[in-house]
Design a protein around this ligand. Sequence first.
Ligand SMILES: Cc1cc2nc3c(=O)[nH]c(=O)nc-3n(C[C@H](O)[C@H](O)[C@H](O)COP(=O)(O)O)c2cc1C
Length: 111
Amino acid sequence: MIVTPEYNHSFPGTLKNALDRVYAEWNDKAAGLVSYGVDGRVRAVEALRPVLGALQLADVSAQVTLNLRTDFADFGASFTPGEHQGPALATLLDQLVSWSSALARTRGNPS
Ligand SMILES: Cc1cc2nc3c(=O)[nH]c(=O)nc-3n(C[C@H](O)[C@H](O)[C@H](O)COP(=O)(O)O)c2cc1C
């Protein structure tokens, strides 16, 4: 699960640096994406997806995007997610578990 803020319509350079540090360790694993920001949020996720593809990371399609104005109180001081966020996260986790299990076989791990 990758949780990222959105900065200038993308994800932060620090996250790119962390992803770039290794390669084989990412291969044949599943990734779920959660983003947060004040405005777009989904743009960080969309910018991240092709990078994950290059790393042979299978990103599931469900995503959770959190809005600092509506999913947090006092602009981030406390987490007060909208009612739709719980089901969105449940779908994301279902997809992540399913793909992680399937890819375990690709990684040579039958469990
Ligand atoms: C320079 C800068 C650019 C930002 N650009 C965006 C943006 O394009 N879209 C968005 O939704 N939020 C944007 N934000 C808001 C950040 O996502 C928000 O401040 C978030 O809390 C940053 O996460 P962090 O404090 O964990 O680093 C921006 C904030 C800064 C300071």
